[in-house]
Write a protein that binds this ligand. Structure first.
Ligand code: NAI
Ligand code: MG
Length: 369
């Protein structure tokens, strides 16, 4: 029996708890079937935490997140809490988690499942078999750089300004995650900036290249300007394996890459922090979608984005690559059979509910394992 993995589950608001129930079925199934045990603890985050505990994230929950081997989150927010003052708003809970766990590396895969190849905004041939990873730096760059503000100039005109800023160590730590990811995948890393017009980009390129030469000579490293990268993502996305880029370009390019797969209900993500002495990183896994208040409580939500986030956890926090692949395989088989929630329904077939999807998954896992 391998060591006990401490998992903190934060279902959150809206469809969060519904999709998380189905993912927890799979956690329990793995627990029963495989050679690993999870100790799962649940806590509140977001609006539901505010309602029950007076704050979107209590200190006790924060401490549990810091002590866990990994955190799995559903989604936060909804119309009920939109009028609250800023510090009580549901997203403050999520922001606090990201900040205090110092999650600087945001992983956004764009993977096209064959049965959903027609959901892409691109022609099937361009995206068939697509499996790329966008790695976005999450705690630095122009969203945080100083000075920033809006000032009034002597002539009465106003000026808004922000600062793009990256230090050597900030670039190096996210690039290191990029090289490690590439080694786990197809061994190709493309670093993206605009070194042609930005000094921070010049430094970015230098630091990534030097790290590659020194520690990762086996990884095929290339560099690309961000505007060209945007073009290439929609022209020939399969040329990429892992893309590493800054906070701003990563925000845009990861959303662009996500739409190559066409379906919000299928998109997972991971956010990683610094490695400790044993090489383990703080980690938060969550779907890209929000709390979907328009369909909450109706059993319509697609649980697969959260499930795929859990599969990422198995791969990137626990080195359980085989189990992650097993889950992905089960998902692909279900989709091929036409077992789909409403957001990805097949024409001429009735969609399944959130719960039916969860149950079908367990049945599929049983036949595969
Ligand atoms: P959203 O992602 O919640 O929903 C957008 C559309 O996609 C809706 O029509 C929804 O029904 C659909 N959808 C989303 N996830 C789905 C799923 N798993 N299965 C089937 N359909 C799905 O984004 P929206 O509407 O902009 O935001 C709603 C609330 O969620 C807001 O309060 C927002 O602040 C919050 N939000 C939270 C995020 C988080 O917790 N990380 C991220 C984005 C939004
Ligand atoms: Mg965005």
């Amino acid at each position: 029996m391998t060591a006990n993995k401490k998992l903190l589950v934060l279902p959150g608001d809206g469809i969060g708890p519904e999709v998380m129930d189905e993912v927890e079925r799979v956690v329990e199934w793995l627990d029963a079937k495989r050679r690993v045990t999870f100790s799962v603890e649940r806590a509140l985050v977001g609006g539901s935490a505010y309602d029950a505990e007076g704050t979107p994230l209590t200190d006790a929950t924060m401490a549990k997140a810091q002590g866990a081997d990994a955190v799995l989150l559903g989604a936060v927010g909804g119309p009920k809490w939109e009028k609250l003052p800023f510090e009580h708003r549901p997203e403050r809970g999520l922001l606090r988690l990201r900040k205090e766990m110092a999650l600087f590396a945001n992983l956004r895969p764009a993977q096209v499942f064959e049965p959903l190849v027609d959901a892409s905004s691109l022609k099937p041939d361009l995206v068939r078999g697509l499996d790329i990873m966008i790695l976005r730096e999450l705690t630095g760059g122009v969203y945080f750089g100083e000075p920033r503000g809006i000032e009034t100039l002597p002539n009465g005109e106003k000026r808004g300004f922000n600062t793009q800023s990256y230090t050597t160590s900030e670039i190096e730590r996210v690039a290191r995650v990029g090289f490690e990811l590439a080694r786990k995948r197809s061994n190709k890393l493309c670093s993206v900036e605009k070194a042609n017009v930005m000094e921070s980009g010049v430094l970015w390129r230098e630091v990534v290249q030097a790290l590659g030469d020194k520690d990762y000579p086996d990884v095929e490293l290339s560099h690309m300007y961000a505007d060209n990268c945007a073009m290439q993502l929609v022209r020939a996305p399969k040329q990429f394996d892992v893309i590493v880029t800054d906070n701003l370009f990563g925000d845009i390019l990861s959303d662009c890459a996500a739409m190559l797969t066409g379906s919000l209900g299928m998109l997972p993500s991971a956010s990683l922090g610094a490695a400790d002495e044993s090489g383990r990183r703080k980690a938060l896994y969550e779907p890209v979608h929000g709390s979907a208040p328009d369909i909450a409580g109706k059993g319509l939500a697609n649980p697969l984005a959260t499930l795929m986030s859990f599969a990422m956890m198995l791969r990137y926090s626990f080195d359980m690559d085989e189990d992650a692949a097993l889950i992905e395989d089960a998902v692909e088989k279900l989709l091929a059979k036409g077992v789909r929630t409403a957001d990805i329904r097949l024409e001429g077939r009735a969609p399944v509910s959130t719960q039916e999807m969860g149950k079908a998954l367990i049945a599929e896992l049983e036949t595969l394992a």
